[in-house]
Structure formats: C-alpha cells, structure tokens
Design a protein around this ligand. Structure first.
Ligand code: GLN
Length: 308
C-alpha cells in the first residue's frame, strides 16, 4: 500500500515555487507542428498502483508524446520477438544526443539502445517485419493495453516530421547499409513518424504506463501487458537510456526510471508505487522538458520516493 501522501498539495507547492529562472528553454520547433504549442502549458498526473489519482493543471489535455511512445513500441516488439531483439539493438546508455549518427559508424549499425532514434527505428523495422498492418496493430496494442480506445496518431504531426526528418532518413539509410534494416526505409520511417505522433494526455500516459509500476500488469484493465522480468528490463532501460545524454542527470536529480519526448512530456515510474507524467513544452538543450525535470526532482525530493 502506498503511504498516504497528498501529492496534489505537493504539486501545488512545487508550481507556486517556480520563479522566472525556471521558465527556460524552447519548444521543439525543428518539427514545425510542435512549434505551434502554447509554451505555458503545464500538466501533472500521478496514479498510484491502488489507482488513486492526483492531477494538476493541463493534465487532461492531449499533446504529442513523441519519444515516450518508444517504450510502447519496444514493449510490443519484446512481446513478439522476445530476447532476439537484442541482436539488433543494444542495452547500453548512449551518452549522445537522441538523433546522433556518430556511434552507429563505430558499432556497425547496431544502435546503443531502443530509445535513441536509431534504436526506435530498428524496433519499427522489427514490427514492420512481424505485423501484417503495423500502424493499425501497434495502435490496437496501445489502445488495448492502456484500456483507452480513443488513443490515436496525429497525421499532421507525422507529416510535419516526415517533411523535416532529414536526420531520421539518414539514420535509417545508414543502418540499412549495415544490414540492420530489413524493410523498405520509407515504410519503416512511416511507422516511426506515426509512433512519435501519438497524442495522449498526462492522465492517459499514466494509465498506459502503470503496468511498469505493477510487474507488467495494468491495474486498471487487469491485463498482463508483459511478464514481470520484461517489465523490470524496460524500467532498467528507461533508467539508463530514457533521457539520452541526460540520463545520468535525470537519475541524479530524480532517481526514477523515466522517458521523455520532444513534445515536452516526461513519464516516470516508481515500481510498486506509482506512475507520474508531466507536460511542459519548453525543452532544455538535450531535448528534455526543463520544467518537467524540475517538477519530478521536487516530487521525489519532497516525498523521498525515489528508487534510491
Ligand atoms: N520524433 C522525434 C524525432 O525523431 C522524437 C525525438 C524525441 O522525442 N526525443 O526527432
């Protein structure tokens, strides 16, 4: 049983303590559609494994979850392919930017982990190989395991990203040259851009990710999303790789497994206790939500609920 803590009050305290210095960063304008977001948005939602909800601000408003979705595509690929996935993508922190090309050259087209863009693109390639209608089946998986049938892609964001996706186009072609992309590059990227375009609110993200706080079982739908060993492994990967070259900083300041997206969202998990999502669109230089990190740091500091 999670200790009775008034998270709602804690959220209020944290937000009222923000100063001008906390209002730093820029929205992710490299994807033009994301550049249109109101930078002042701020949402927080926490659900305990006993399903007690605490929310703040714009927690019910949908936004582009971007790389947060990479955890869900990995979950599906792990379910389908099992450990063979690790012959195609590593489990080590990258220590470099989410869209970096440099390590791929030395490491012969095998991405360091499934959460940098290169790794998530390989996971999409695996899904394209294994599924008949990957876009439809991936969405069905996310809807079913979260228990939220309205979750959807945003075609405007997917198109916007496709138009400006020169780096991701470079990554997929580079890996294809090394033999680590088995399908048509455009088909793989189409799935990848759609995956990143998924829209969810903080509350919905928490509901979709709560299985990682409960040994692989979604406590809301009571369905087993994945077995407990794999749930542990996904949490480990989020801890080590969820924030790219800032994974160390996130562990240092927050102390929870988590995953960020350039839409300004961050999800974090306390296994056995709760799942929390924060949304604030202004990003720091590493592509992670500036205020989102601050909120989570203060939550774990004030409650003493980090995994360390
Ligand atoms: N769709 C984004 C990209 O490929 C995802 C990056 C992110 O959220 N960190 O650039």
């Amino acid at each position: 049983m999670t200790d009775a803590i008034d998270y709602q009050e804690i959220f209020r305290e944290i937000v009222s303590g923000f100063t001008d210095a906390d209002d730093r960063g820029d929205v992710a304008a490299y994807i033009p559609e994301l550049g249109k977001i109101d930078p002042r948005k701020l949402g927080i939602h926490l659900t305990t494994v006993e399903q007690i909800h605490y929310s703040f601000g714009d927690s019910d408003e949908k936004f582009s979850i971007q790389s947060i979705a990479k955890v869900l595509s990995l979950t599906l690929a792990l379910k389908i392919l099992g450990k063979d996935i690790w012959t195609r993508v590593g489990v080590e922190p990258s220590g470099s930017a989410f869209n970096s090309l440099v390590q791929l050259e030395y490491e012969k087209g095998i991405p360091r982990n499934p959460f940098i863009n290169a790794g998530a693109i390989v996971v999409c390639d695996i899904l394209v190989s294994c599924l008949t209608d990957p876009k439809v089946e991936l969405l069905e998986f996310i809807r079913e395991t979260s228990g939220i049938p309205t979750i959807d892609y945003c075609s405007t964001v997917a198109e916007s990203e496709k138009r400006m996706g020169f780096r991701n186009i470079a990554l997929v072609n580079f890996m294809k040259d090394f033999g680590n992309i088995h399908n048509d590059a455009d088909l793989v990227l189409d799935l990848y851009f759609h995956l990143c375009s998924i829209e969810m609110s903080c509350k919905e993200i928490v509901q979709a990710f709560l299985f990682l706080a409960a040994d692989g079982i979604n406590p809301v739908t009571k369905t087993t999303v994945i077995n407990s060993q794999r749930s542990k492994r996904i949490n480990s990967l989020m801890q080590m790789c969820g924030f790219y070259d800032e994974a160390g900083e996130f562990a240092f300041r927050v102390g929870l497994p988590g995953k960020s997206g350039v839409g300004g969202g961050i999800v974090a998990v306390h296994p056995g206790k709760f799942c929390i999502a924060v949304w604030s669109p202004k990003l720091n230089e590493n592509g992670n939500s500036h205020k989102g990190m601050k909120v989570l740091e203060e939550v774990t500091t004030k409650t003493k609920f980090s995994i360390f």
